[in-house]
Design a protein around this ligand. Sequence first.
Ligand code: NAG
Ligand code: NAG
Length: 133
Amino acid sequence: MKFTTILSALALGAFSQLASAAPAPAAHQARDVWDPLMTYPTAETVWQSGQTYTVTWETEDAPVNITNGDGGFIILRSGDEETSVLLAWDIHLRDGQAQVTAPNVITGNFSLVLFGDSGNWGPNFLINGPVTF
Ligand SMILES: *[C@@H]1O[C@H](CO)[C@@H](O)[C@H](O)[C@H]1NC(C)=O
Ligand SMILES: *[C@@H]1O[C@H](CO)[C@@H](O)[C@H](O)[C@H]1NC(C)=O
């Protein structure tokens, strides 16, 4: 029972950390838990479903040792919800970039979340999908 409580408390803590991460963090300091600042896509970006794009993020502030290693993945975020749509995985955070194919979506605004040490999302941008309402 106690163990479960601790786990939920941890889960909640992790969640509120995600929820409180600013969409466009201004100050990025080198520290062990590193959440790289996404530099592309930007708010002006427009993607077409099925096309390939290169997502980029800053790596200058990467700590010498990244707490949970260099591996990461990118998912799609819709509104305030993180989806289970994986756009890239087995990526290396130190590369500062990853190739992504724009998913098939109903045309709308989405953002991307780069997961490594922690989750960090970029701005909303438009994806033109095969269906528009
Ligand atoms: C990074 O990790 C290596 C190997 O564990 C260790 O020797 C080194 O002191 C660490 N450096 C920093 C800045 O934490
Ligand atoms: C996407 O967001 C922009 C800026 O908020 C808005 O003008 C536009 O209507 C949105 N597009 C769709 C398809 O929701």
